[in-house]
Design a protein around this ligand. Sequence first.
Ligand SMILES: [Zn+2]
Length: 139
Amino acid sequence: MKQNEYRQGYDFLYSRKGFAPGEGLNCCYYCGLLADEIDHSFPLIYLHGLLKAGEYVPHSRLIIVPSCHECNGILASHVFPNLSMRKRYLKKRLRGRYRKLLSMPDWSESDYKEMSPRLIENIEMHLVKKKLIQERLAY
Ligand SMILES: [Zn+2]
């Protein structure tokens, strides 16, 4: 059994939060995108080590939530006292990662008059991305 598979065996210790009943699709607990991964509020890698050393980890710290790939990757093995602090940290990191996009001005139809169709298409694509990031931050 690989190290990673061994750690996955601790999943039963975690309580689940933010999962849709049955097999329904879930939203990322942190940003609302479609979730395709699971985030362990207390990273499995540390839990494994602590339990092996005979340490106690309060059950209230062990929560799994649905997560998108990006949020799960940002949070990785960071440890926070609770989920809301974890979420706050995530939003701060997203704001930093998309700083340029978020500072992009909101162009309007009248701004497009002397622009090439290709430039307009490019701007509109970025505005869609900006709106998505804003929605993720507001989630
Ligand atoms: Zn997410």
